[in-house]
Write a protein that binds this ligand. Structure first.
Ligand SMILES: [Zn+2]
Length: 337
């Protein structure tokens, strides 16, 4: 659908429901960076914002010597991606960070084979007790860490010309260690140099999320450039409401056929607060698990289409609400100005 048509339809539906227009119109400025280069935000379409093609849990400082066969990973992931393409998905955001199994060449092959836009990331994952942070980080300054991420953003990842579309960081909870403070500060430096949005996997709830945003804002990052990843780990929605009101992105990204009702309850609350335009939804599904026979058990990406979207409709979410959650919000959140 053309952007103008999208805005027009959004506007008409917004008038009909009395919604604030600014909450639904798609901003046409900026670019989305996919593994095949930049696209217009309006080209993103239906987007899964947090999924994985491959994960390698060996740890950052263990040499796995590429303990996987890229052709095998490609062959195994391909049908799952074709399945969502056929269900109407246009863009797939791969949240596997560097040192945890990110392989941008495989992502590019899958994008070419399926026609899906695929987006990858830069950054470091400090959750899981920092097992995926390189030892070298202890001797680096935040600016030096940022320099490596900025280089990926400007010149490409792992010797390719594939650029990241956002930053993915990870942390467990409070108190933040020196290394965690360092990667958050590095993300702020990188944002100022590149405009990339910062997604932070937050293992333990609302308090660390508040602290993340406090550090980022102190360093010049506006809330709208920060995504609270795994916000479902916090059950007290007062955190989500206050952070969304400040302009942050709230990512409820563990949807499966088994927990759809919990997600609908959260989304109803966010909708009642007029905050649906700050919410992202996805499944954290997949993936080829390096080290397991044929990648182990791959969780497909279809529950979103077979269970979640029908449940939204059944529970009174309008077409405009669904478009806001699955198209407009991802385009806004990942837009690089
Ligand atoms: Zn994930």
């Amino acid at each position: 659908m053309h952007r103008r048509q999208f805005i027009l339809q959004g506007s008409m539906a917004a008038l009909a429901t009395g919604l604030d227009l600014s909450a639904v119109a798609l901003n046409s400025q900026g670019r989305i960076f996919t593994v095949n280069g930049p696209i217009e935000p309006s080209q993103m379409g239906m987007t899964l914002v947090h999924e994985h093609v491959m994960v390698d849990f060996a740890g950052a400082n263990v040499s796995t010597g590429k303990a996987y066969n890229p052709d095998e990973v490609f062959d195994i992931a391909l049908p799952y991606l074709n399945e969502i393409k056929n269900a109407g998905c246009k863009t797939f955001i791969d949240c596997t960070p560097s040192l945890l199994g990110r392989d941008v060449r495989i992502l590019q092959r899958l994008s070419n084979a399926t026609g899906l836009n695929i987006i990858t990331n830069t950054g470091f994952y400090g959750a899981a007790s920092e097992k995926f942070l390189p030892d070298s980080i202890k001797k680096m300054t935040a600016k030096e860490v940022a320099a490596a991420w900025i280089k990926e953003s400007q010149s490409g990842i792992d010797g390719t010309n594939i650029r990241p579309g956002f930053m993915k960081l990870g942390l467990d909870g409070l108190p933040f260690t020196e290394s965690i403070e360092k990667i958050i500060n590095a993300a702020a430096f990188t944002y100022k140099a590149t405009g990339l949005t910062i997604g932070i996997h937050t293992g333990k709830g609302g308090e660390p999320a508040l602290k993340e945003l406090e550090i980022l804002e102190k360093n010049g990052v506006p809330p709208k450039k920060w995504i609270w990843i795994h916000a479902q780990n916090e059950t007290d929605l007062t955190y989500h409401i206050q952070l969304a009101k400040r302009g942050a992105w709230i990512s409820f990204d563990g949807i499966s056929s088994k927990n759809v009702d919990e997600y609908i309850t959260r989304l109803k609350k966010m909708k009642s607060e007029n905050l649906l335009h700050r919410v992202l939804v996805s499944q954290d599904a997949g993936w080829y698990n390096v080290g397991q026979e044929k990648g182990g058990k791959f969780r497909n990406y279809m529950d979103f289409f077979t269970h979640f979207l029908p449940a939204l409709r059944k529970d009174g979410f309008t077409d405009l609400d669904i478009k806001t959650l699955t198209e407009r919000n991802p385009a806004e959140a990942f837009r690089v100005s």
